[in-house]
Design a protein around this ligand. Structure first.
Ligand SMILES: [Fe+2]
Length: 367
């Protein structure tokens, strides 16, 4: 591990030189706001105990040096406040420490990672591998889940909590005589993300197959981030339009009227996709004053990419299979099937719990 070799402060700015030659420039108010003292940080959970208004507006450096243990020792002006900063804590901000799990984009040739329910419940390392696949690929399969009603809750309980909605904690997907929702028929279903009319949108969807005697009924999954990357390559203007035009989504029945607005492709400050919201059934009419011509050109192009078999991973879920996918990244649909017995139970859960569980399991493994 590299050491801090040299410090030089001037007013509000501090320069550090590290033993491997790396240079770091730090702002006094940033360091003071991130003071590592017991009165500024809860020693047990690391939560900040001060507000920015507690930091003097005229904060500057009075002195900075390297302590015997290698930490940076800072005294701030104007009030002489002191805090030490561990070298490894500072080093993490040089950008050479990965903060988020890597993401792998995929297309039709993708083999969905599968583990068994028994492995995931008995072996923390197997559970971590399976959760990592969800984080990395946006989708993974668990086989051998008991074919009992509500067993999908046990899968959610491996990493988090069920997100209850107006549909209840659980939804059944099966053939019914008089469907009010297209999901409950035997027709094919265009790939989509669920519930874009909610805020927040459910982060994860779990689908557990209890019965499947039907011919067909193959489930289809498409990596929306891969499709977005392809759109950006092939039609950058369309990508720009779908990531900047806000689209209204709505669901209404006798008991709920859910509405939300969002771009179809949400992006972060670096322009990388963070979420896909695509559901032809719940897009409400766009404001006709928007640039609707450019929007429809872009929307049609993205729809074409999402329907391209080159991006489709297909799987026929059998009894005991539970598929888990990132509902803000991986679109799901199904091929048409004959009216016969097919019964899935689904629920929603949140991604933050899954990622938290993965970090905890990894920390335990590396201990
Ligand atoms: Fe759906």
């Amino acid at each position: 591990m590299s050491r801090i070799e040299h410090t030089q402060c001037d007013g509000s700015w501090l320069n550090l030189r590290w033993s491997d030659g790396a240079e770091q420039t730090l702002f006094a108010t940033w360091l003071r706001d991130n003071a590592q003292t017991p009165d500024a940080r809860n020693p047990a959970n690391g939560q900040r105990l001060i507000d920015v208004s507690d930091v003097p507006e005229a904060t500057a450096f009075q002195a900075a040096s390297v302590a015997a243990d290698g930490a940076l020792d800072v005294t701030f002006a104007p009030d002489g406040y002191r805090s030490a900063y561990p070298a490894e804590w500072l080093r993490a901000f040089l950008g050479d420490a990965a903060q988020t799990p890597a993401r792998t984009l995929w297309a039709a040739s993708h083999t969905i990672v599968a583990r068994t329910y028994d492995e995931a419940t008995a072996d923390p390392a197997a559970l971590a591998d399976w959760l990592r696949a969800v984080a990395r690929d946006g989708i993974a399969l668990l086989r051998g889940v008991p074919t009992e009603s509500e067993a999908v809750f046990r899968v959610a309980g491996l990493f988090g909590y069920v997100r209850e909605t107006n549909y209840g904690k659980l939804f059944d997907v099966r053939s019914v005589a008089d469907p009010t929702n297209l999901a409950f028929t035997s027709q094919g279903l265009m790939v989509h993300t669920d519930n874009p009319y909610r805020n927040p949108v459910p982060g994860l969807q779990l689908l557990h197959c209890l019965q499947s005697d039907a011919e067909g009924g193959t489930s289809v999954f498409v990596d929306g981030f891969q499709a977005a990357a392809r759109l950006k390559r092939e039609a950058p203007d369309a990508f720009e339009t779908l990531s900047s035009v806000w689209v209204p989504f709505r669901f209404r029945d006798g008991e709920a009227d859910l509405q939300s607005r969002s771009p179809i492709i949400c992006v972060d400050d670096g322009g990388a996709p963070t979420a896909i919201r695509y559901n032809n059934r719940s897009v409400a009419p766009l404001d006709p004053g928007e640039d609707v011509e450019a929007f429809y050109t872009a929307y049609r192009k993205f729809s074409d990419l999402l329907r391209d078999p080159a991006g489709e991973a297909t799987i026929r879920l059998g009894p005991g299979d539970c598929i888990v996918f990132d509902n803000e990244r991986v679109l799901h649909g199904r091929k048409a099937f004959k009216q016969a017995s097919r019964w899935l139970q689904g629920c929603y859960a949140d991604k933050d719990s899954l990622l938290s569980k993965l970090r905890i399991l990894d920390a335990e493994t590396n201990r």
